[in-house]
Design a protein around this ligand. Structure first.
Ligand code: ZN
Length: 497
């Protein structure tokens, strides 16, 4: 039985190597070799140089180790392995389990030394190309940055200038129609409309009513689009690059005085009412996956369908509800998934108990510990400064300096954590002690999430694993298993009792 392994990445799209094509070619190859197909394993990752989890690859490895798969078919060896280390694994299976490998582009016989040498060489070349590509990309970015040209996609208000042969350059020229819109919005955002201070929402709606294009595929103007457009430094000829503002070579649309007034008005924190969609679920992004550490997200409830065998041999479609769950989303391992409501309840009860018992110590502060921790932080900082001086005076090598810092950094982090914990936390006092339940119940969802994040920073870990095996038809129901919910209050610095 053969496994077909396909991997989608940026370069495969560039080469027109869509996943459908990879797969079809692999199926033909398997047929030619007289192999029947056990399963198709399909991973999606974007760059070959970045290491990411490949869940399907892992599943294939398990099938190989279990002897279910005796051969792998891939489009090219560089689809299968991304590091020399992974290739050696494959060669090891060829030895140990007589695993066969076939690729569409070349025939590779892993049982012969020359075949292995070829596989290794192909892997090395693919890796080299990937590394050179990112190096070239970085060099290019820097080159463009230094030349004062604009980087990124076309900004609203300008067009790319075309050279004499009609090719796009990196230089910008004003787009008169869009320039007029930017100027109009700036004027309106700074002025008064119908006696009231101008409202970005009204401006956006007006643009939509007049069917002014946004310059990119979208549903139209939103107030945050108008805001973002007006406070772009590009309006006065600057662009931010790696956190540094640099002057570009294009014609600005706004003068600096107008721009500064816009920034002042539009970034006033009291004005910003709606900052993105508020979270609607207690633990979304807070609860972590036990296997890969990714924050879990809420997964929609849905209807599961399964064919059930009847006594007379016929099958019947059985539908069952799949309730909402918190699940490890891609690009995570997608392993952990459990019922949302049950988790909300369990974490709530756990936290209320914890706060009733330890909240006073936790948020109340500790003077002696505070002094101790603050002295410790200052000592470590001084030691690090001293080492930097010694290195600057060439009394220490770079390696010694690095080693010293690598040792000191975790010590400093630990001391800073103790310092944070020793400080009284006014903002969370209401949740401490006997009133914990009442305070929790009265708190808004945002506030509860803030509290959970605070507890997390104190050392509370909240992770979930798999539910485990249930019945055959319940396999996919995001059910709940309290044994694989891990709530640990590992206070790194135990609060003084
Ligand atoms: Zn995971």
């Amino acid at each position: 039985m053969a496994a077909i392994y396909v991997r989608i990445s940026k370069d495969s799209e560039d080469l027109g190597l869509g996943v459908a094509r990879q797969r079809k070619d692999c199926e033909e190859k398997a047929e030619k070799n007289g192999w029947s197909i056990y399963d198709v394993y399909e991973d999606n990752d974007i760059s070959a140089t970045r290491s990411k989890v490949r869940p399907q690859y892992q599943r294939m490895v398990r099938d190989i180790e279990a002897g279910r798969v005796k051969a792998i078919v891939v489009y090219d060896v560089d689809r299968l392995t991304r590091t020399p280390r992974e290739l050696e694994d494959v060669i090891g299976w060829a030895d140990r389990l007589e695993l066969k490998l076939a690729s569409v582009t070349t025939d590779i016989d892993l049982s012969s030394p020359s075949g292995r040498a070829m596989a290794r060489m192909k892997g090395t070349i693919a890796r080299l190309e990937a590394e050179q590509m990112s190096l070239r990309l970085k060099r290019k970015m820097r080159e463009i940055a230094e030349s004062r040209r604009y980087m990124g996609r076309r900004p609203y208000g300008w067009d790319w200038r075309l050279d004499e042969t009609g090719n796009r350059t990196h230089d910008l020229v004003l787009n008169k129609a869009e320039q007029a819109i930017v100027e109009e919005c700036a004027r309106r955002a700074l002025g008064k409309e119908r006696g009231k201070e101008a409202n970005l929402h009204t401006i956006a709606q007006d643009l939509n009513r007049r069917v002014i294009p946004t310059g990119r595929p979208s549903r139209g103007w939103r107030s945050k689009d108008v805001r973002r457009m007006l406070i772009r430094p590009i309006n006065i000829g600057y662009q931010e690059h790696n956190g540094v503002l640099r002057q570009g070579n294009w014609t600005p649309i706004l003068d600096e005085d107008t721009y500064n007034r816009l920034v002042e008005r539009l970034t006033d924190p009291e004005r910003v009412v709606n900052r993105g969609t508020p979270q609607r679920y207690l633990l979304s992004g807070i609860l972590k996956c036990e296997y890969c550490g990714q924050p879990t997200r809420r997964q929609y409830g849905s209807v599961g369908r399964s064919r059930v065998k009847m006594a007379d041999g016929s099958t019947k479609l059985y539908e069952y509800p799949r309730p909402e769950a918190y699940r490890c989303p891609p690009p995570g391992c997608q392993g952990a998934s459990q019922n949302r409501e049950a988790l909300d309840y369990m974490v709530t009860e756990y936290v209320i108990q914890l706060l009733a018992r330890e909240g006073v110590d936790l948020f109340g502060g500790d003077d002696a510990a505070l002094t101790r921790a603050s002295e410790r932080v200052q000592t470590i900082k001084a030691e690090m400064e001293l080492a930097a001086d010694r290195w600057a005076e060439a009394k220490m090598t770079v390696e010694q300096f690095d080693r010293f810092n690598a040792r000191k950094r975790p010590e400093l982090e630990q001391a800073q954590l103790e310092l944070r914990q020793a400080q009284p936390l006014e903002s969370m006092q209401e949740f401490a002690g006997a009133g914990a339940r009442e305070a929790w119940e009265a708190a808004s969802l945002e506030r509860k999430r803030e509290l959970l994040r605070t507890l997390e920073s104190f050392g509370l870990s909240m992770t979930i694993g798999k539910v485990g095996r249930l019945g055959p038809h319940k396999r996919d129901i995001p059910a709940f298993n309290p044994d694989t919910v891990y709530l640990r209050a590992g206070w790194k610095a135990a609060p003084a009792s």
